[in-house]
Design a protein around this ligand. Sequence first.
Ligand code: SF4
Length: 206
Amino acid sequence: MTSKALPTLPILVENAATATFDCVYPTCGGSCCKQGRPPLEPGEVRRIEENLAKFLPHVREKARKRIESEGFMTRRKKHGLSMMAVSEGWCVFENQGCVLHKVGAKEGDRFKYKPWACAVFPLDRRDDDSWYVRQWKLHGEAWDLFCLNPKESKKPAVSTMQGELEFAARLDSGAEGWRGGSVPKPRKKKAAKAARKPAKKRASRK
Ligand code: SF4
């Protein structure tokens, strides 16, 4: 990794000094949305439902049929939350990029319809409220996405994901509370201290 000074971050990231990451979409084909079944907060489900008519013209044909007949959610649960549906091996909202992202971006906020679990990727949060950049095998990371391989890029992750870091800070501030119960609460001093210590493993959100 380069020895350049790291930027000032809006949140505390446990492995900011060592993690590497560089999103190469669309070269990768959007592989983080393949079999993508993010868990959704109740507020996120409501917002997508209320705006579904905006998204349907942009989703794949089979995904649209799936959504119209059975909805965009499944009965499967992760962290106690229902998960998004998959069609033809891809998240129902994937169509050469995330439809929720693209419609939100057109309206001036790329994250307004997107599940927070997707919006913060490749950040994740541990049970002690500390943030970290997902990397192969770190904290039990089981996802073998090539972009989570620390050897894949020499760029410090925190220098390539300013939008995601700012969004995570918004979560921390409570400004995204409309999403629902599992959205991170404003950080406590205790949590900030714990973030510097090794913490227990947790399954990834996405
Ligand atoms: S909601 Fe969007 S970013 Fe998340 S898995 Fe689906 S297509 Fe990908």
